[in-house]
Every structure is written in structure tokens, then in C-alpha cells.
Design a protein around this ligand. Structure first.
Ligand code: CP
Length: 346
């Protein structure tokens, strides 16, 4: 029986949790997954309420938390920030204090504006004692990366030290995607002792503090962290490839300071125009051959098919994206069960 108790803890960045605590969350997720597939109910959060506050769209995350809450005996209450008094300027602290006084957990997605989402969540957390769960911010997407690590362990076993993961930028024409998935990956995977290669074209750098954390984590865990500007080089001999698009850091900062929606649209268009200069950054069959024979292809989804990845790869035998997406459910449940439950789960 594990001594670890996460009751009341905020889950805002994986960096806030020890490796043993991450292991505990993943062991809980594995138990919940096995129970789910046996058709067993684990009603460990009866009559509890978790608020799901969204400042952005979602398919996987929202449904993992909504379905997950129901499966644990709780109620998930969906809140579109635009339909709340947040849109009229109510503060993060007051919002946290009020929702926390009525329920048992607050999960938030606030990912589109650099230097805002993470601060917002920590300010909500200052207003309440109930756990605040990060469903994606500008810094991290820790419910995604927990599911990613679960998927990697299911594939390679629990000891993933020394496995090479290529976290690469890829071309997408749809929108300037947040930086938080690659940032979350380089911080968590270095902590688990993987060899992490980050690849992106010039200009697509990540936030400094996550780069510094990745370097430090790698040194402490005995793995490695390197940055290259070549997708092929990153894929060379990789065990795991995780190519996805993200926005241009400097333009994302300009977007944060934009004064009108017309200005925001202009910046977005500029970003997409620059993305189009790198259409060759696609995960295709040729690139998959650069990785190890048994390498797996991962993506948090939604993927821009035909731009970030070819159908042949994402629908092919090396792709684990649907297993990865299902694991969002089991890890979301583990986070809620461990942080919201009266006694440790297990
Ligand atoms: N991967 C992910 O977070 O998906 P959604 O944006 O659909 O929640």
C-alpha cells in the first residue's frame, strides 16, 4: 500500500510533483483502466462536484473529465468562461473562492495567451483549498503528458530510462497552437530519464523556464536534453516520435499584448504564413524509417492530417494515438480520485 496521499494538492505542473508522486498517479490510472475494462465501477467520489472551466475549445480533455467524473460517482459541471462573470472581469481569486466553496475541485483550461493561463490558475488556487487541476495552460499540459507517459510505459514497460523521444515541431495550417504540449513533454520526459531531442525551425523556441527545467531534469535523472533545428536528425534512432505544431513565441507574445481582435487576427495570419515556409516538417513514412524499427508515433490530437502527419503514419501500425487519447480518461480519473478523495485511492 502506497504511503503517498495527494488529497487537496493542486495539479498545475508535473514539475510540482515528485517522480514517486507521478508514479502513484500512473499506478492509480492503471488500476482504474483495468477496472473500466472489466466493467467495474469505482465510485470513489460520490456526490462530489468538479467545475470544468474552459477558456478554449476541447474534445478529449473535456470529455475525459466529464465522463471520468461520472464514472467516479461525481458530477462535472462545465463552465464556458464567456458565459460567466469572468467575461465581465470577475477576478481569478474570487472565482476560485466561490467555486471552491460550492464544490470539491476546479479544473481549468486557459492555454491560448502566453504568460496568462498558469498565473490565472495559481491565482484561482490562492482563493480556495480545493484542488485546482490544469487542463492546459501556457506552460504545461500536465493531464496530457501524464497520459503520454502512461502510453509509453504500456508500450515499453515501466523502465523507460535511456529511451529516445523526438519532440518535434510539425507544420500545421489550422491555428497557432499553444506551446504547452512540447514544454510539458520536455520537462516530464527528462525527469523520467528519457533522452529528449527537441527539434524546431528557428523562431519556434519554447519558454525559457521550461527549457532550463528540462536541462536540469536531464542532468539529475541521468538522461539528456538537446535542441536541434532538423526534424530528420531528431528522428534518427528514436524510440518515440512526437511531432506536432506550435506557434511562434515572439508572435504569441505580440498576441498577448494585442489591443483588438483585428490585431489578433493579423498576428494569427502572420504565424500561419510563417508556418507555411516549413511545409516539409511533416511526419511521413520516410521519416518514420529514420527512427527505430519498433518506434511509436504519438500525438496529443487533434492532428492536422496531411500537414503534421500523413494518414499512412497516423493510421499505421506504429501509431498509438488512439490508445494515448483513451488514456486521457484514465489519467484524468486518477488525478481527480487522488486529489479530491478523502482518503488515498488504492
Ligand atoms: N489533446 C487535447 O488536449 O485535446 P483537446 O484539445 O481536444 O482537449
Amino acid at each position: 500500500m502506497s504511503e503517498i496521499c495527494l488529497k487537496g494538492r493542486d495539479y498545475i505542473e508535473t514539475q510540482d510533483f515528485s517522480a514517486a508522486e507521478i508514479d502513484h498517479l500512473l499506478a492509480t490510472a492503471a488500476d482504474l483502466k483495468a477496472a473500466f475494462h472489466r466493467g467495474e465501477h469505482k465510485l470513489v467520489l460520490p456526490n462530489q462536484t468538479v467545475y470544468l472551466l474552459f477558456f478554449d475549445n476541447s474534445t478529449r480533455t473535456r470529455n475525459a473529465f466529464e465522463a471520468g467524473a461520472t464514472q467516479l460517482g461525481a458530477h462535472a459541471h462545465f463552465l464556458d468562461s464567456r458565459a460567466t462573470q469572468i467575461a465581465h472581469g470577475e477576478t481569478a481569486y474570487d472565482t476560485g473562492r466561490i467555486l471552491g466553496s460550492m464544490g470539491h475541485g476546479i479544473a481549468i483550461r486557459h492555454d491560448l495567451i502566453l504568460e496568462e493561463g498558469n498565473k490565472y490558475m495559481r491565482e484561482v488556487a490562492r482563493g480556495t483549498d480545493v484542488p485546482v487541476i490544469n487542463m492546459q495552460c501556457d506552460v504545461d499540459h500536465p493531464t496530457q503528458t501524464l497520459a503520454d507517459l502512461m502510453t509509453i510505459r504500456e508500450h515499453f514497460g515501466n523502465n523507460v530510462r535511456g529511451k529516445k523521444i523526438a519532440v518535434s515541431w510539425a507544420y500545421a495550417p489550422s491555428y497557432a497552437k499553444p506551446l504547452s504540449v512540447p514544454q510539458g513533454l520536455i520537462t516530464l520526459m527528462t525527469r523520467m530519464g528519457l533522452d529528449v531531442t527537441l527539434a524546431h525551425p528557428p523562431g519556434y523556441r519554447l519558454v525559457d523556464r521550461t527549457l532550463e527545467a528540462a536541462k536540469k531534469n536531464a542532468a539529475e535523472a541521468g538522461g539528456s536534453f538537446e535542441i536541434v533545428d532538423n526534424m530528420d536528425a531528431a528522428f534518427e534512432d528514436a524510440d518515440i516520435v512526437y511531432p506536432k505544431s506550435w506557434g511562434i513565441y515572439d508572435l504569441m507574445l505580440e498576441k498577448r499584448d494585442a489591443k483588438s481582435s483585428a490585431q489578433i487576427d493579423k498576428i494569427e495570419q502572420e504565424c500561419l504564413k510563417k508556418n507555411a515556409e516549413h511545409k516539409d516538417w511533416i511526419c511521413d513514412a520516410r521519416r518514420m524509417k529514420l527512427a527505430k524499427k519498433d518506434a511509436i508515433y504519438m500525438h496529443c490530437l487533434p492532428a492536422d492530417r496531411g500537414s503534421e502527419v500523413t494518414d499512412e503514419v497516423i493510421d499505421g501500425p506504429q501509431s498509438v494515438v488512439f490508445q494515448e487519447a483513451e488514456n486521457r480518461l484514465h489519467t484524468a480519473k486518477a488525478i481527480m480520485a487522488c486529489t479530491m478523495r478523502e482518503r488515498p485511492f488504492k
